[in-house]
Design a protein around this ligand. Structure first.
Ligand SMILES: NC(=O)c1ccc[n+]([C@@H]2O[C@H](COP(=O)([O-])OP(=O)(O)OC[C@H]3O[C@@H](n4cnc5c(N)ncnc54)[C@H](OP(=O)(O)O)[C@@H]3O)[C@@H](O)[C@H]2O)c1
Length: 258
């Protein structure tokens, strides 16, 4: 069944979602509402199936799925006073907003948490979802592969990895590209080599999904070879621990710390 999807809060992130829905075929009607209508209108102008509404109630009425894409602190204000139908599914993509917090705002509608990331725009996002919901899944699967998590703590850890680490890959890639270019390679070549090396490793990890990562490493790192030499430097500098420390810090922030 073709869904009608409403998006409340059309800022930076919603543009990725709309782009992803369009590139997945654009069969869904998109009903947009945002605090600053001009932003929503700019998005709608680029997507033939998107329409902007003057009030949030007009936008959600008739939608089977309502995606809440305001910043976390704005979720209560954005949903205050709105009336939801019992058969609607409200999907919050606001980082850190718990299911209980969402449920309090949406009458008898069904609450779902989700976390796609920016590569939703090219239909390649890992998408966290909680709980399982077939209606939400049908919409979210257009943006990538859906993974259902069971608890808020799992969702928080997943948000650190899928949400924050996804973004943190880019400074890492930049660091590697800058280093490679500094060795005398052309900038574009350095960039391409970084991207293809990481995507090649990801593709191999996907292909050999039955193997633990450690076994793949062992098969690659010949004793005394260059990979082992490189990794020993990373470990000496606390490189791997820095990544898990960073994710711990993200979890702390998601749980209300700094
Ligand atoms: N950025 C990412 O890659 C990413 C990834 C995963 C999840 N998310 C989540 O996506 C959400 C949005 O992030 P963002 O980066 O897109 O922020 P953003 O650019 O500030 O967009 C939020 C939008 O919500 C609108 N808004 C605020 N209050 C509203 C209200 N009461 N009613 C209707 N619309 C309202 C804002 O309007 P104005 O234009 O007037 O400010 C703005 O356009 C966050 O909760 C974040 O956790 C983001």
């Amino acid at each position: 069944m073709t869904q009608t999807v409403c998006i409340i809060g059309v800022g930076h992130f919603a543009t990725y979602l709309v782009a992803g829905f369009e590139s997945a075929g654009g069969t869904m009607a998109l009903r947009l509402f945002s605090r600053t209508p001009q932003r929503a209108e700019r998005v709608a102008a680029r997507h033939p199936h998107a329409e902007v509404f003057e009030t949030p109630q007009a936008a959600i009425d008739g939608a089977s799925v309502v995606i809440v894409a305001t910043r976390p602190a704005d979720v209560e204000t954005a949903l205050a006073g709105l009336e939801f139908a019992d058969d609607q599914v409200v999907v919050s993509v606001a980082a850190g907003v718990t299911l209980e917090r969402l449920k309090r705002l949406i009458d008898g509608a069904t609450a779902v948490r989700a976390l796609p990331v920016a590569c939703a725009a090219i239909n390649k996002s890992p998408i966290l979802m909680m709980p399982e919901n077939a209606t939400a899944r049908a919409v979210l699967e257009q943006l990538g592969r859906v993974y259902v998590l069971a608890t808020e703590d799992q969702f928080t850890a997943g948000t650190a990895l899928v949400g924050a680490f996804y973004a943190m890959m880019f400074p890492l890639m930049d660091h590697l590209a800058v280093w490679t270019a500094a060795q005398g390679l052309d900038d574009d070549l350095a960039r391409a080599l970084v991207v293809e090396t990481i995507s090649g490793a990801s593709a191999m990890a996907e292909h050999d999904r039955h193997l633990p990562f450690k076994d793949i490493w062992t098969s690659l790192a010949v004793p005394g070879g260059i990979s082992e030499r490189g990794m020993s430097e990373v470990e000496k500098a606390g490189g791997l621990a820095a990544w898990s420390g960073a994710l711990d810090a993200v979890v702390g922030k998601l749980k209300g710390g700094h």
